[in-house]
Design a protein. Structure first.
Length: 133
């Protein structure tokens, strides 16, 4: 169990698809918490001051855990570094475009971001490809 918890925050491990999926659930929990705190802070009256610290910490935790589990999953599948760049930068780029140009990129971002999260699940484990020619 300790190895799996270290794989959530470290970058030198190999995790399979199931552990990646569990880590993704944890990372998305941080993201939903960040969205909830952001919405709650913006629902206050104009004269009150909002505290964005919980939102910032939750977004940082999401980005860290998501990056760690994706790097560890791609390492387990022996994927090249550029696959990691595409898989990690895709959701963040689409989210930024959806924020900047909400009318144009909102629906494509809603469709494509979960696909980027699912990409590391399709690669076979290293042990399954070890005997391949």
């Amino acid at each position: 169990m300790g190895h799996w918890l270290r794989a959530l925050v470290g970058f030198r491990y190999r995790i399979g698809p199931l552990k990646y999926l569990l880590g993704l659930v944890i990372a998305l929990g941080f993201l939903f918490f960040a969205v909830g705190t952001f919405v709650e802070a913006n629902m206050r009256p104009i004269d009150s001051t909002g505290n964005s610290t919980p939102t910032a910490f939750a977004l940082a935790a999401f980005a860290w855990v998501h990056t760690a589990i994706t790097v560890n999953r791609l390492r387990d599948a022996d994927m090249p570094w550029w696959v990691g760049v595409v898989v990690l930068s895709g959701p963040y780029a689409l989210a930024a475009l959806a924020v900047l140009y909400e009318a144009i990129f909102f629906i494509p971002a809603l469709v494509a971001i979960p696909l980027f999260f699912a990409v590391p699940l399709i690669f076979p484990r290293r042990t399954e490809t070890a005997g391949a020619p």
